[in-house]
Design a protein around this ligand. Structure first.
Ligand code: ZN
Length: 303
């Protein structure tokens, strides 16, 4: 091995080492760059996921509200399973139509507005109330009674599964709402409206049990034969609500009109003055439901 050969070998070795160093440095640099990119990407991902979580939890709380309000106002979703036998109830020439405005599901944040309007027109109505926090709505239960309106029961919980689960469940729910009305207003209510209408409970379960119980308590139940349509998801304008009612009222001796007293049912409140004026202009007599009011009952339709 000559001198030159040794030098060459040393040079080649240095080159290899230098290449190795470059390779290592490049690898580390690339690795750091990739890590940086991945970290940046992950940071963005976390931020965007956090945003999605916020949006979804906001949506979830909204849909809970909606679900609750639907539960409260789903009375007319079962329209297709009932009908009203109106052969005895058709208005004859020269007769004055009797109209009963009924408000279900209250008291609510709209109760005072409804009561103010009824007071403006000196009209009495019927409120089928449910069990509400007495601290919040005690005054509204009392105001309904103090101002001469009829107060009826519409169950305590308004939860179909709880009320209609068994006759014991029905009786226990009935006793709660009856007692609440009595303790709050002093009224021993003798009026009942089944959540969903009697067709909801009676067409699907053993009907006689609940009705027998109400009979044993001398309580009459009232369904409706005119529906303003405020329980359906479709938003009706005041004019449409008035039309819905007036089209039907002219047909019947007795019209029991279903409306809802709920915090999200502003359209019903807004339609009320126009509705009362239209009824009065057409010669209808607006009355609260009392013991001697003709009952309007749904009958089941076999599907
Ligand atoms: Zn209801």
């Amino acid at each position: 091995m000559g001198y030159n050969e040794g030098v060459e070998r040393q040079r080649a070795k240095r080159k290899r080492v230098a290449r190795m160093k470059r390779f290592i440095i490049t690898t580390i640099a690339v690795f750091m760059l990739v890590t940086l990119c991945v970290m940046t990407f992950l940071v963005f991902e976390v931020v965007s996921l956090q945003r999605q979580v916020d949006v979804l939890s906001a949506k979830a709380s909204v849909s809970t509200d909606v679900a609750e309000s639907v539960e409260m106002v789903d009375d007319t979703y079962l329209d297709t399973v009932y009908q009203v036998d109106d052969t005895e109830n058709l208005l004859e020439e020269g007769e004055i139509p009797l109209v009963y405005l009924t408000f279900d599901d209250g008291p609510s944040d709209n109760t005072d507005r409804i009561l103010d309007i009824l007071d403006d027109y000196n009209v009495k109505a019927t409120f089928f109330v449910v069990g509400k926090d007495i601290e919040t709505y005690g005054d509204q239960y009392r105001r309904i009674v103090d101002e001469g309106h009829s107060i009826g029961m519409h169950s305590f919980s308004h939860k179909y599964s709880e009320i209609y689960g068994s006759s014991d469940a029905f009786v226990s729910d009935y006793q709660k709402i009856h007692q609440l009305i009595f303790d709050t207003t002093g009224v021993d209510s003798k009026l009942y409206r089944f959540p969903g209408g009697s067709s909801n409970s009676l067409c699907n379960t053993s009907m006689s049990v609940f009705v027998d119980y109400l009979n044993s308590q001398n309580v009459k139940y009232y369904d409706w034969n005119v529906d303003v349509g405020d329980a359906t998801p479709a938003a009706f304008s005041s004019a449409e609500i008035v039309d819905n009612v007036m089209r039907n009222v002219v047909k019947y001796k007795t019209s029991v009109i279903l409306m809802h007293d709920a915090s999200n049912k502003d359209a019903t409140v807004e339609a009320l003055p126009e509705l009362i004026e239209a009824l009065q202009q057409n010669g209808a007599m607006i009355l609260p439901i009392t013991d001697d009011t003709t009952v309007i009952h749904h009958t089941c339709v076999v599907q």
